[in-house]
Design a protein around this ligand. Structure first.
Ligand SMILES: [Zn+2]
Length: 191
């Protein structure tokens, strides 16, 4: 290789180096690791609200509130024919949730609390919070999602606070979720 060819090769390497540095997607070891990290970051948890009767929209809004608030898990409507992680139904009792494992379980959109004046979207978001691994924090202020009914019927906040968001992000962070999926200890939780 003569000196001119060496110079050309060096320039080519420099250009590649610039591309690496500018964040352009290249097949470097680091780039692949980052991509895997990003893919693992959002775990999709599906829900089936076909049994939620008049509360279907509230469930959609409750799920949207979570999707806006956290990035490690996203709630999506289940595709037809697929088995959902979360089954949401309506009944005449008090709203409640039965998580079976992290990100899996059943939600009852109970009409009793709705008839007493509690906000349907907050109820949905709160119960979804249980399925995402959060316990009740009662009594608590309206700024807390998991304070549930204790914040009173005037409370319409459907968003988790910073602490609640951070807790869900931790639970669904990386590979830890799989370890915790195995044998969670969850009880029936109410609104
Ligand atoms: Zn609750």
């Amino acid at each position: 290789m003569n000196s001119r060819k060496i110079l050309r090769a060096s320039l080519a390497l420099c250009t590649t180096g610039l591309l690496f540095g500018s964040g352009v997607q290249v097949a470097s070891a680091t780039g692949q690791a980052d991509e895997r990290g990003a893919q693992a970051a959002a775990r999709v948890v599906t829900y089936d609200s076909s049994g939620a009767a008049e509360f279907k929209d509230a469930v959609t809004q409750g799920a949207a509130a979570w999707n806006e608030s956290v990035k490690n898990v996203q709630l999506k409507p289940v595709q037809p024919g697929q088995r959902a992680n979360i089954i949401v139904v309506a009944d005449n009792g008090w709203p409640r949730a039965q998580p079976t494992s992290l990100g899996n379980g059943r939600v009852w959109m109970g009409r009793q609390a709705v008839n007493e004046g509690h906000n349907t979207v907050r109820i949905a978001s709160h119960e979804l919070g249980h399925i995402l691994g959060l316990p009740d924090v009662k009594p608590g202020p309206c700024s807390s999602l998991m304070s549930g009914a204790s914040a009173g019927t005037s409370c319409t906040n459907q968003y988790p606070n910073a602490q609640e968001k951070a807790s869900v992000e931790r639970k669904f962070a990386g590979s830890k979720v799989y370890a915790r999926d195995v044998a969670p200890k969850f009880a029936l939780a109410v609104y």
